[in-house]
Design a protein around this ligand. Structure first.
Ligand code: HEM
Ligand SMILES: [Cu+2]
Length: 563
């Protein structure tokens, strides 16, 4: 870290440009809107987390008396709905993406600043809707809203929920549209496609999915409401409909949606690995293109959620085969990150701890996806805790870890102050340990046959559930800690400008950035990763006390051995 004393807090920046509530609620500044999202999704994260905690409490004992069966159904449904639609999907794009995309490509704002604000309001309307549903009795269909349960049997607020998800979708679509136009039209001179930071590539790929897949979800919701409300036969065989059609439509959105959740985090990790290994990402173009490949292939594999749904075996075989293919671009990224680390000058600061944790957990999550993609094995594993463990490894071990890593990395950029590094590392460690303890036992107990979505279970599964509940308590501590020290740092943290000596356009402006980002449009002459890494033993001779290389940390300072 650069010594705090040498850095002066900028006099004018986006945070002190106006103080009243209007200056926030009517802002069109992408940085402020990013912060509005940050606050909103943090609330949602803790709401979803609260539901998770209730689930884990219920599952402490095989015949738990804590929640009734009906209540349990509502709790896990609300957990899924809140976490997926209101936290994970907006998380990285709407907060870090909003804040950083214009800064990273040398623009003054997004292409449509007012539509950006509109997206946030739509998000808030959707969120209030869901809070209202919770208060009037909740929803118990599971986040997947499968028919015929949702159309015929459930007595809870299905129509309201479909409306909430429908509204929310527009927020996602508008953000995607905004990012795509911005990336095409607002890049600074010299910022060619293959000079764009990998995070920008990832956001671009994500946005494509957002605008192409989300309308399908919206249509599914409308059809579901139409059948339930007006008795129009779409999914009910008695009315001439087909219940499996709903699953096709739902997963046509929701499989690509899992990539809406993970692609931005793959982008964040690419940035972190380069910055903390102080190297150009190995195979930059491959990483960039693999994001696009994931986005495209992601549209072709939805049927792997439906192997046991009476879909034809031949269709299943095709879906299975293509699903294996999806793993290739994800593998490309993992290999390239590893190769970037090789002979890097690695610093284990908080964001890097999250990034390294991410890689390990994402590998486990991705590889267990391949188990599930094999049709025969999925007969046994489908709808068990194995699936729950798989997607929590990718979504929590992956997406949430990267989100925390990115938040810690760009926190000094956002606020010009640094959090206490020791606390940061501690929380990263607690999150990692808590995560493994919570979710690894679920692979075992799922493989042994414990089904998902039941409020009681066979006594022989208890030991795994106790481990999982214990882990979730540790995990909760890991997530709550940053809330405190990050808040603390806003007022008391040491003033910093670019504590990591990181490259990239976003670090060329002051921290916190000025209102209009760049006083004059920058001209870009190189990519974002021009890190000066000297091979070991070839460092330049220095006068005593001279900084060996501004922007470069000696391996001796980081503890890395260099070979
Ligand atoms: C290598 C890549 C991946 C493969 C091959 C893969 C494969 C699969 C398969 C076959 C299933 C269906 C299992 C079943 O229902 O029986 C599944 C479920 C799931 N996966 Fe993945 N997956 C991969 C990556 C991801 C990622 C990156 C995410 C999220 C960020 C994700 C999230 C989910 C979710 C949410 C479900 C279950 C949804 C539900 O039933 O509620 N997967 N995955
Ligand atoms: Cu899928």
């Amino acid at each position: 870290m650069t010594p705090a004393a040498t850095v002066k807090f900028p006099e004018k920046h986006y945070l002190n440009e106006g103080f009243g509530w209007k200056s926030w609620l009517l802002t069109t500044d992408h940085k402020r809107i990013g912060l509005l999202y940050l606050v909103s999704i943090t609330l949602m994260f803790f709401l979803g987390g609260f539901f998770a905690f209730l689930i884990r409490l219920q599952l402490l004992t095989p015949h738990g008396e804590f929640l009734k069966g009906d209540t349990y159904n509502k709790i896990f449904t609300m957990h899924g709905v809140v976490m997926i639609f209101f936290f994970l999907i907006p998380s990285i794009p709407a907060t870090l993406g909003n804040f950083l995309l214009p800064l990273m490509i040398g623009a003054k704002d997004l292409a449509f600043p007012k539509i950006n604000l509109l997206s946030w309001y739509i998000f808030i309307i959707g969120a209030i809707y869901v809070l209202w549903i919770i208060m009037v009795g909740g929803l118990d269909t599971g986040w997947t809203l499968y028919t015929p349960y949702s159309t015929k049997y459930s007595n809870t607020n299905v129509i309201a929920a479909t409306l909430g998800v429908f509204v929310l979708g527009f927020s996602s679509i508008l953000t995607g549209l905004n990012f795509i136009v911005t990336t095409h039209k607002m890049r600074a001179p010299g910022m060619t496609w293959f000079r764009m930071p990998l995070f920008v590539w990832a956001l671009y790929a994500t946005s494509l999915i957002q605008i192409l897949a989300t309308p399908v979800l919206a249509i599914s919701m409308v059809l579901l409401a139409a059948e339930r409300f007006a008795g129009i036969g779409i999914f009910d065989p008695a009315l001439g409909g087909d219940p499996v059609l709903f699953q096709h439509m739902f997963w046509f959105y929701s499989h690509p949606a899992v990539y809406i959740m993970i692609l931005p985090s793959l982008g964040v990790v690419s940035e972190l690995i380069a910055a903390f290994a102080r190297k150009k990402p190995f195979g930059y173009k491959f990483i960039a293109v693999s994001s696009m490949m994931i986005a495209i292939f992601g549209f072709l594999v939805w049927g792997h959620h439906m192997f046991v749904s009476t879909m034809s075996v031949y269709a299943g075989m095709v879906f299975s085969f293509i699903t294996y293919f999806v793993a290739v671009p994800s593998g490309v990224k993992v290999f390239n990150w590893t190769a970037t680390l090789y002979k890097g000058s690695i610093a284990f600061d908080t964001p890097m701890l999250y990034a390294i944790g991410f890689i390990g957990l994402f590998i486990i999550g991705g590889l267990t996806g391949l188990f599930l993609a094999s049709m025969g094995l999925d007969q046994h594993l489908h709808d068990t805790y194995f699936v729950i463990a798989h997607f929590h490894f990718v979504m929590v071990g992956g997406a949430v870890m990267a989100y925390f890593g990115g938040l810690h990395y760009w926190w000094p950029k956002m606020f010009g102050r640094m959090y206490p590094e020791g606390w940061g590392r501690l929380s990263a460690l607690i999150v990692f340990i808590g995560f493994i303890l919570t979710f690894f036992p679920q692979f075992v107990v799922g493989y042994l046959g414990m089904p998902r979505r039941y409020y009681i279970y066979a006594p022989e599964f208890q030991v795994w559930n106790v481990l999982s509940t214990a882990g979730s308590t540790i995990l909760a501590i890991g997530y709550i800690l940053p809330l405190f020290y990050l808040f603390w740092s806003l007022k008391y943290g040491p003033v910093v400008d670019n504590p990591w000596n990181a490259k990239g356009l976003e670090w060329t402006v002051a921290s916190p950035p000025p209102w209009d980002n760049f006083a004059e449009t920058p001209v870009v002459t190189e990519d974002a990763y021009n890190y000066p890494l000297h091979p070991m033993g070839e460092e330049p001779q220095l006068a005593p006390g001279q900084d060996p290389m501004p922007g470069y940390r000696m391996p001796s300072e980081t503890g890395a051995t260099g070979d």
